[in-house]
Design a protein around this ligand. Structure first.
Ligand SMILES: Cc1ncc(COP(=O)(O)O)c(C=O)c1O
Length: 398
């Protein structure tokens, strides 16, 4: 069947594909160590679930305004002011079915064919494809592990063109776990200040921070707030990936455009989920603190274990819940008679023969790396480390 031309540049999500394969193996009874997931293993807090149950029981099961219930948009504004010192009004907020939809709608609303969006690599897999789907052109600006993945202002200046409509910032970052410092954000702000583009900040991992402080670029450059689109959601911080709740706050005209896209596609996010989100945003944050403390311990255990394996090197992530391991020293070695030349091949061998699901770095713009999430129990992490050691021991130099 002939499909639309714009789909030709789109790849299926590598993380979802690997997860699906790992789950299929597990369904066959295989003992798979799944380090590919991008979701917390914690359960949604009980008080949030209760709000959804109450919503159902009271018949709150109809359409809401496309942009979300007014009370929820107000709660988002209060959150942004309290946590992020950013002031928005409810008509500058749209509630979406997940952070993914916020970003997708933003690109749909912003881009004409050939408009450019600056994306730093390594990047979350979906950014370039979302830009392609909107007819835009992703312009990849590489960052270096040696710099803690901080973007270089000079590289940004060079990448900006008259067609640059937006730049995407993601800190804490998926897949690197890097967190932008004040100085880094100041450098970015200086580089884009004179260029009329939208700053899209994907703050999805804001609460998952192990060291340092969370800053939005609007905090260090208040003059840029009128051009700021903050995208966030409850998936990671409240362990609510399946509920589908995100939001965006930004310039009224852009938010209206995003709402228009949503009006003609999905309409409002689920009414029940919205009630749950309202409870989450208005409720206590102690569940987040407990979750982050546990993840910090797992991060320390897992990253130390990775670094103890000869041929694997892993930077300590400051945020999010992924370990990005450099496996370049293993490439060029052979496994079962085949020389492994890419992290993709390495991930496949790991999954097929050692039952460890780790995502290759290639689709994140990080060839030679693999991404493993540490949002699983310590026992599973230990088992994963043991299998990685066995895998490395099974490789042969050529
Ligand atoms: C960087 C980043 N942004 C946004 C999202 C989207 O989250 P949601 O599940 O709310 O759509 C993810 C999910 O993995 C992510 O990693």
């Amino acid at each position: 069947m002939k499909l639309a031309r714009r789909l030709q540049a789109i790849k299926p999500s590598a993380t979802l594909a690997l997860n699906a394969r790992a789950k299929a193996l597990a369904a066959k009874g295989e003992d798979v160590v799944v380090l590919a997931a991008g979701e917390p293993d914690f359960d949604t807090p009980e008080f949030v679930k209760q709000a959804a149950i109450d919503a159902l029981r009271s018949g709150f099961t109809k359409y809401t305004a496309t942009a979300g219930m007014p009370e929820l948009r107000e709660a988002v504004c209060r959150k942004l002011e309290k946590d992020n010192a950013l002031k928005f009004t409810p008509d500058q907020v749209v509630v979406t079915a997940g952070g993914k939809q916020s970003l997708y709608n933003a690109f749909q609303a912003l881009l004409d064919d050939g408009d450019e969006v600056l994306i730093f690599s390594p990047y979350w897999v979906s950014y370039p494809d979302m830009v392609h789907l909107a007819g835009g052109t992703p312009v990849i600006v590489p960052t270096r592990e040696e710099d803690g993945y901080a973007p270089d202002p000079e590289a940004i200046r060079k990448a900006l063109t008259p067609r640059t409509r937006a730049i995407v910032l993601n800190s804490p970052a998926n897949p690197t776990g890097a967190v932008y410092s004040r100085a880094t954000l100041e450098g970015i702000a200086a580089a884009v200040r004179d260029h009329d583009c939208i700053l899209i900040t994907d703050d999805m991992y804001e609460k998952l921070l192990y060291t340092g402080e969370f800053l939005n670029i609007g905090n260090v450059a208040p003059d840029l707030v009128p051009r700021l689109l903050v995208s966030n959601g409850l998936s990671k911080s409240y362990a609510m990936t399946g509920w589908r709740l995100g939001y965006a706050a930004g310039p009224k005209a852009l938010i209206s455009g995003m709402q228009l896209v949503q009006d003609q596609s999905t309409s409002n996010a689920s009414s029940i989920t919205q009630k749950a989100a309202l409870a989450a945003l208005n409720g206590p944050s102690d569940t987040i603190t407990a979750m982050v403390n546990e993840y910090r311990e797992r991060r320390d255990l897992f990253v130390a274990g990775l670094n103890a394996i000869d041929g694997i090197r892993c930077r300590l992530p400051e945020g999010a819940f992924y370990a990005m391991a450099d496996v370049r020293a293993l490439l060029g070695r052979s496994y079962k008679g085949t020389v492994l030349t890419t992290s993709l091949q390495l991930s496949e061998a790991l999954l097929n023969d050692f039952l460890v699901a780790a995502v290759p770095g290639d689709p994140f713009g990080a060839p030679g790396y693999i991404r493993m999430s540490f949002v699983t129990s310590r026992e599973v992490l230990q088992k994963g480390l043991k299998r990685l050691r066995d895998f490395v021991a099974a490789l042969q130099s050529v």
